[in-house]
Write a protein that binds this ligand. Sequence first.
Ligand code: NDP
Length: 284
Amino acid sequence: MTAKILDGNALSAKLRESLRHRAAELAAQGFQPGLAVILVGENPASQVYVRNKIKACEAVGVHSEKYEFPADTPPEKVLNKIAALNADPKIHGILVQLPLPPHFDEEEVLEAVSAEKDVDGFHAENVGLLAQGNPRFISCTPYGVMEMLSAEGISLRGKEAVVVGRSNIVGKPMTLLLIGASATVTVCHSQTKDLAFHTRRADLLVAAVGKPKMITGDMIKPGAVVIDVGINRQADGKLCGDVDFDSAKEVASLITPVPGGVGPMTITMLLANTIESADRAAGK
Ligand code: NDP
């Protein structure tokens, strides 16, 4: 069997077209969606991510503002900017690009963002709402995965889902969404004893680890749907996922590539969250 490859770029383009219409409608009502992005320090990967997010905003008609601070900025300065953005009616979403420099308390900064503008879905209130099955903002990467599955018409009810990784950004919200979709979910992490035992049982396997090609074809159930969230830079400069694509595609029925799978969907869902937030502001 050779798996069907899920094209995250194509699905993103389709979704962004409909987001562009929604943004234009909101702008016509005087509620142009607005996203503020805060970047602290000079991490090259973060700079690329921020640039891509701003470009994506421009393409769909979301107003964007970028605030860059040097790495040695006192945290108070960033917290003051967040407070000003929380009160700014032009801004419906605030994103703090992670990681922050070591002298920052990441949790304090994320909690400083108004839960109503937390388009990354990292605020404790939004995590709590998601855990209760009543989400306000869903963090963008797991949200993108759910959209990809839904676009393929994949029903998760009663399916065995295995999530490898338990981070607050990907693994945990992914797990909550899959429970919400009535899958039976197993979560694996660095202390899991026999990873392959679990992955081989998965009808849906989500890898979010950050270890290049660690999930190989022999660890996958024949016919499984494999979602590769990992983004790893190899020695030759090329990107690869957490799944060994070449061996996995011979076993899976559906698989996401890296790049061009989950990555583009993450930015698309950030735009969707910002537009949903502007929608709520317009309804007030
Ligand atoms: P984290 O480093 O925060 O979490 C990694 C998780 O993997 C942890 O829960 C860790 O377990 C687990 N893990 C580590 N080693 C193993 C192992 N040998 N076996 C099983 N589990 C293991 O990473 P993130 O969740 O932030 O990101 C994961 C990957 O996804 C990265 O490659 C990142 O670049 C990518 N990513 C991609 C995005 C996209 O848009 N496509 C967005 C966000 C992230 P433990 O908790 O025990 O330490």
